[in-house]
Design a protein around this ligand. Structure first.
Ligand SMILES: [Zn+2]
Length: 140
């Protein structure tokens, strides 16, 4: 019914810094100066100590697939299905897991633990949607 169900962007006051950075091709999460915890998705409040003064922290390194699912649902008319949706962890950023479409490999080649780089794709409403690019040879 809703063509965009399952595609993230709900731009709110809390998530605006994330989408602004995404449009520039940068992945940012919320960092808490009080306790050091990092939170994603953005919610305007530290998930650990509930502080509301947060700073954006940019994630630049490679990540690893923590879990994955294969989507067969054609959310958008020009979407190629099936494709893998992966949940990615980043070394040095405990507590942060980012979901996105996996590109660069067929969905059947997606694997837990494979190394990926974050990328962004144009999404609804001018948003840039995080997705991930499989690194050649990373899956062994
Ligand atoms: Zn905190």
């Amino acid at each position: 019914m809703d063509a965009t169900t399952g595609i993230p962007p709900a731009v709110t006051e809390e998530t605006e810094p994330f989408w602004a950075a995404a449009r520039e091709g940068r992945l940012v999460v919320e960092g808490c100066p009080s306790c050091g915890a990092e939170s994603f998705p953005p919610r305007g409040m530290c998930r650990s100590c509930h502080a509301r003064t947060l700073v954006p922290i940019e994630i630049t390194g490679r990540g690893h697939v923590y879990s994955l699912t294969v989507n067969h649902q054609r959310w958008l008319p020009d979407l190629d299905v099936p494709y893998a949706i992966v949940l990615v962890e980043f070394p040095g950023h405990p507590g942060v897991r980012v979901a996105g479409r996996l590109r660069g490999v067929p969905p059947e080649d997606a694997a837990i633990g494979m190394e990926v780089e974050v990328g962004f794709e144009p999404g609804p409403g001018g948003c840039a949607i995080p997705s991930f690019v499989a690194l050649p040879g990373a899956s062994g």
